[in-house]
Design a protein around this ligand. Structure first.
Ligand code: RIB
Length: 312
């Protein structure tokens, strides 16, 4: 880990890292249709790397474990991590696959559609996992954009060391949640919840039912169900409530969920009660939607604190 002040939470993120191509368009072309876009740019992304950079900007001491290809995107993404103060020693350069790549179509209004070409994210090897746990950390954060086998294996390594696991259950996929170990918090959004439980989340009542199902499947983990512009539904052993979102003018929702989970994790590890940590996550996620792109949109701790102060 980089040299960290004692009180900064130490977080290991095991996850994906992609080069994003962000294209602004009026609408998604229909089959056979050609549309002119408003503009495009390249920006670092990937759910894992977004969470790692977000946590670092918010005061976490972060190590990132994953895989890039031996190419210019891989080199650029590694440099972005180190520039942000994220420890890249567990980021392997694979020779057998290109760096992950994600074209993102952002429509007027901020809704996005993402295609992920996982590339080297699929090259994380089971034998790499034990080495990820050589140095002590306060928590492990993972998402589902890397092989399931790796997520499950890492959860067992974490449990064996008593390290809490925070799972941001995106992107939507069928994932054997009940096989996770050491799970402290599971945090899917509505579509990811549907993929995991088969239950819709269109209202608070449905969120409550889905959160209970998620809690059962995850052997009693706390559940933080992300509901976008509505906020998040929180279910713990002795507490359940809807935490409202902060209304903002959204430009691009890319990485808002990654930011939310990272911010919630940092605040929680700093000792905030989970409900306060979720509120902090809502603020950070809201700020991320006000800017274009994944990592360019991630807020700093000072920005989140000023945002919250202005709303007290
Ligand atoms: O959550 C947003 C991220 O999803 C993007 O950065 C893209 O790379 C995909 O991983």
């Amino acid at each position: 880990m980089p040299v960290c002040q004692e009180k900064r939470p130490k977080i290991l993120v095991i996850g994906s890292i992609n080069m994003d191509m962000v294209a602004r368009i009026d609408h998604i072309p229909l089959p056979g249709e050609t549309v002119l876009g408003q503009g495009y740019s390249f920006a670092p992304g990937g759910k894992g790397a977004n969470a790692a950079v977000a946590a670092a900007r918010l005061g976490g001491c972060v190590a990132f474990a994953g895989c890039v290809g031996d190419d210019s995107y891989g080199q650029a993404l590694r440099k972005t991590l180190t520039d942000e103060g994220v420890d890249d020693r567990l980021l392997r350069t694979a020779q057998d696959a290109p760096t992950g790549y994600a074209p993102i179509l952002v429509q007027a209004g901020g809704e996005n559609s993402i295609i992920v070409f996982p590339g080297a994210n699929r090259s994380i090897r089971p034998e790499d996992v034990p080495a990820m746990f050589r140095e002590p950390v306060d928590a492990v954060m993972m998402q589902l954009e890397i092989p399931t086998e790796i997520v499950l294996l890492a959860s067992r390594e974490a449990e064996a060391r008593g390290i809490p696991v925070i799972l941001d259950a995106g992107p939507a996929c069928s994932f054997p949640l009940e096989e996770m170990r050491g799970l402290s918090i599971v945090s899917p959004n509505e579509t990811e919840t549907m993929a995991l439980t088969g239950l819709p989340v269109d209202s608070e009542a449905e969120a409550r039912a889905a959160a209970r199902a998620l809690r059962e499947r995850s052997h009693g983990a706390d559940v933080v169900l992300k509901m976008g512009a509505r906020g998040a539904y929180l279910l713990t052993k002795d507490f359940e409530s809807m935490v409202p979102a902060f209304p903002v003018e959204a430009v691009d929702t890319t990485a808002a969920g990654d930011t939310f989970t990272a911010a919630m994790t940092v605040a929680y590890l700093r000792g905030e009660p989970l409900e306060r940590a979720v509120r902090y996550g809502c603020a950070a996620g809201a700020l991320a939607t006000t800017r274009l792109g994944a990592q360019p949109s991630l807020p700093t701790a000072a920005e989140v604190e000023a945002f919250l102060r202005a709303r007290e």
